[in-house]
Design a protein around this ligand. Structure first.
Ligand SMILES: [Zn+2]
Length: 328
């Protein structure tokens, strides 16, 4: 396989108490990403939170919602027309969220697809996918579960088959999280950049019809988080995310990051983007690993992330990496 870097973004609002604005979380940072890709002549992958769009469409009689839907659709179409991949990102908690008094009331009681019954899962995946097809005129080929919550895969397999989607990019090896709303366990995933599977994303099956193109894993030390915290305090203009919403937080997980090494992944959000070069250099020391897959969010891009990403793209291209979509 050619040496490949995939730079992927989960295109979405925030899911904590404040969902943030479409302009600050999506439009503005994504326009900067579009310009960056153009500058380097590379292609990105945008996993679009289509549930947001499907539910936004219910409120087109409200002027603000109509304007937001038009702006976001126009941006997604432009990305797609320019060769970036528009992929399906599913956050099913939109099913229980409503727009009221000019703001989204987010309800995460059913945050995972597995919180819905089988026909519910199929309807959600199909109608969200259809929303993207209506915007771009193209079917999606790749999927990423919202909040990495794709398990058990048996719950979503049929719906993906029906939608002709056979590439997943939700797994990062050793990823493990158990929280009221969110849970996933990728501790047994293969130590590979990609593999085929059939019924369980963590078990390789060479004859399986699904491919996992995994998010590149990486371990973070407490010193990284102390550095991040200090930078955001001392120089928010450079290090704070552009998005103006609030995260769905698990306090225990946050504390843990400050006293033990934690499993993370190649990430271009905020100051995390400073680690992209060392992650690629480490990957090159491992036999057979010719692909690095980066995950980021437009909402979490900070001023510094654009600088780090710009330098990283230059660096990776010089090393002969093709920076492209998952299904080029
Ligand atoms: Zn997401």
């Amino acid at each position: 396989m050619n040496k490949t870097v995939n730079i992927t973004f989960d295109y979405e609002l925030f899911f904590g108490p404040e969902s943030g604005s479409v302009n600050k979380c999506l439009i503005e940072p994504t326009n900067l990403l579009f310009d960056l890709a153009k500058k380097h002549d590379v292609k990105f992958v945008f996993f679009v939170d289509a549930g947001f769009l499907w539910h936004l469409k219910k409120y087109l009689h409200i002027e603000k919602c109509k304007a937001e839907f038009d702006r976001v659709s126009e941006q997604i179409k432009k990305l797609s027309d320019n060769g970036h991949e528009i992929a399906l990102h599913v956050h099913p908690h939109w099913e229980d969220s409503i727009f009221e008094n000019s703001t989204w009331k987010i309800n995460v009681n059913r945050y995972k697809l597995s919180d819905f019954n089988d026909s519910g899962v199929e309807q959600i995946i199909t109608k969200y996918h259809q929303t993207l097809i209506e915007i771009t005129g193209k079917s999606c080929k790749s999927f990423r579960a919202g909040g990495w919550c794709m398990q058990p895969f048996s719950k979503i397999k049929k719906a993906l088959e029906k939608n002709n989607i056979f590439v997943d990019s939700s797994v990062y090896r050793n990823g493990f999280h158990q929280y009221t709303a969110q849970s996933y366990d990728f501790r047994t995933a293969p130590d590979k950049t990609e593999w085929n599977f059939e019924d369980n994303e963590c078990i390789e099956n060479t004859a399986g019809k699904f491919s996992e193109i995994a998010i590149t894993p990486s371990v973070l030390s407490p010193s990284f988080y102390f550095g991040l915290y200090l930078r955001m305090k001392l120089n928010p203009g450079k290090f704070k995310p552009m998005g103006d919403g609030t995260w769905l937080k698990d306090k225990n997980k946050i504390y843990k990051q400050f006293y033990s090494r934690t499993d993370h992944f190649a990430c271009c959000d905020g100051f995390f983007a400073s680690r992209l070069k060392p992650i690629l250099l480490n990957l090159e020391l491992e036999a057979g690993k010719n692909r690095m897959l980066i995950l980021g969010h437009p909402k979490s891009m900070a001023k510094c992330s654009f600088t780090y990403l710009d330098e990283f793209i230059f660096f990776a291209k010089n090393k002969g990496y093709n920076i492209t979509t998952l299904t080029q």
